[in-house]
Design a protein around this ligand. Structure first.
Ligand code: PMP
Ligand code: GLN
Length: 386
């Protein structure tokens, strides 16, 4: 393995899922649902296979899916993308993000990422021989109730080599939904410094407590400098299908297509047909997906609170972060490896999402994308830790 990739090892998600399987513990580590998505979407995939959509789809994705993505962007956010030139279907958001980073970043270019950082961004930046520049979100504290991007913190990491900012909202692993004020900061800085922005919006339909998703591409001056990425995996609880997409200007989509075609070329033929149907579901069905995830959050969080953890607010996604320091534990890595023995649950230490984990050693990420009975059982087991 080349030296620059040696620190990456096996992803924490795979390690923790293996631990859960080995111990028969409840897996609140890797973020994947334990039930399948809307039945009509599943049926559409079966129909697509039976009706012979089993060969290579076109390089940019089948026309009905590109049209459905464009219609979804228009309907939910008022964003106008031409399905022929401004939409690209990818092998999940992971390939979309990697292909975009490889297409847009050159040797030594600097890429700003919000920290904690979803693991694949840093790996893709390093594969591109670019340099990650994390800006740490301010953490909930005595004076701040939620995570927060601070403008001075963002400005402090910029240099003349800064090329791209990666923005993930709703944010994995914190569950933070960036506020309009935080998105204003990104937009202001991006326009002022003429930066490109890559937005990871895979949790766009999983927001809680009445929040709504507002893509950064809708901000003034942002449409032409934003590469929007999303995926069907989270929205439709079909993480194994790996259907994602990119929306941007024709020039930027062509750039991303150039690298993408040599990563996978194409993927997921029959699933593309099914996701096209899923994206056209009525608004109430999307609202139900978010409401169900919120109800699941509300089954798990009381267990964390009863255990004595300090729980950070989860405003969206599949995840909630909790501080185990009040329980007397200070090393979340050690805690997570012992958690199956302590109470039959698996979770992920948040330190893996930080380049420098100073000050975050006692934070743990729990996933609540699980059936209610599983979450109730997990909450009881965790409450027993106190
Ligand atoms: N971005 C974030 C923030 C994620 O949580 C995930 C899924 N774990 C991905 C990207 C990858 O999405 P996909 O499975 O569609 O590649
Ligand atoms: N996105 C998922 C998570 O955060 C995991 C995906 C993966 O295993 N790469 O848990």
């Amino acid at each position: 393995l080349v030296p620059r990739m040696r620190s990456f090892g096996t992803t924490i998600f795979a390690s923790m899922s293996a631990l859960a399987a080995e111990r028969g513990a409840i897996n609140l580590g890797q973020g994947f649902p334990d039930t399948d998505g809307p039945p009509e979407v599943l049926e559409a995939a079966v129909r697509a296979i039976r009706s012979g959509h089993n060969q290579y789809p076109p390089g940019r994705g089948i026309a009905p899916l590109r049209q459905a993505i464009a219609t979804h962007q228009q309907h939910h956010y008022g964003l106008a993308y031409d399905p022929d030139t401004q939409v690209l279907v990818t092998a999940g958001a992971t390939e979309a993000l990697t292909a975009a980073i490889l297409a847009l970043c050159d040797l030594g270019d600097e890429v700003v990422v919000l920290e904690p950082t979803y693991d694949s961004y840093t790996a893709a930046i390093v594969m591109a021989r670019a340099v990650p520049r994390p800006v740490r979100l301010r953490h909930p504290s005595d004076t701040e109730s939620a995570y927060r991007l601070d403008e001075d913190d963002l400005r402090a990491v910029l240099t003349e080599r800064t090329r791209l900012v990666v923005v993930n909202t709703p944010h994995n692993p914190t569950g933070h939904v960036l506020t309009d004020a935080e998105l204003d900061i990104v937009a202001r800085v991006a326009v002022e410094h003429d930066l490109l922005v890559l937005t990871d919006e895979v949790y766009e339909h999983l927001l809680f407590d009445g929040r709504t998703h507002r893509p950064l591409a809708t901000w003034p001056g942002m449409f032409e400098r934003t590469v929007q990425v999303s995926s069907a995996g989270k929205t439709f609880s079909t993480t194994g299908w790996k259907i994602g997409w990119v929306c941007s200007t024709p020039e930027l989509v062509t750039a991303v297509t150039t690298t993408k075609q040599f990563l996978t070329y194409v993927s997921g033929g029959p699933f593309q047909w099914a996701v096209a149907e899923g994206l056209a579901l009525p608004d109430e069905r999307f609202a139900q997906l978010g409401a169900r995830m919120q109800a699941q959050r509300d089954l798990l969080v009381p267990g964390l609170v009863s255990a004595g953890m300090a729980v950070h607010p989860s405003e969206g996604t599949y995840f909630v972060t909790a501080d185990i320091a009040p329980l007397g534990y200070h090393d979340a890595v050690d805690f997570c490896w012992r958690l199956p023995d302590l109470c039959g649950v698996v979770a992920v230490p948040s330190s893996v999402f930080y380049a420098d984990p100073a000050g975050v050693g006692s934070l743990v990420r729990f996933a609540f994308c699980k059936r209610p009975e599983v979450l109730t059982e997990a909450a009881e087991r965790l409450a027993g830790l106190s």
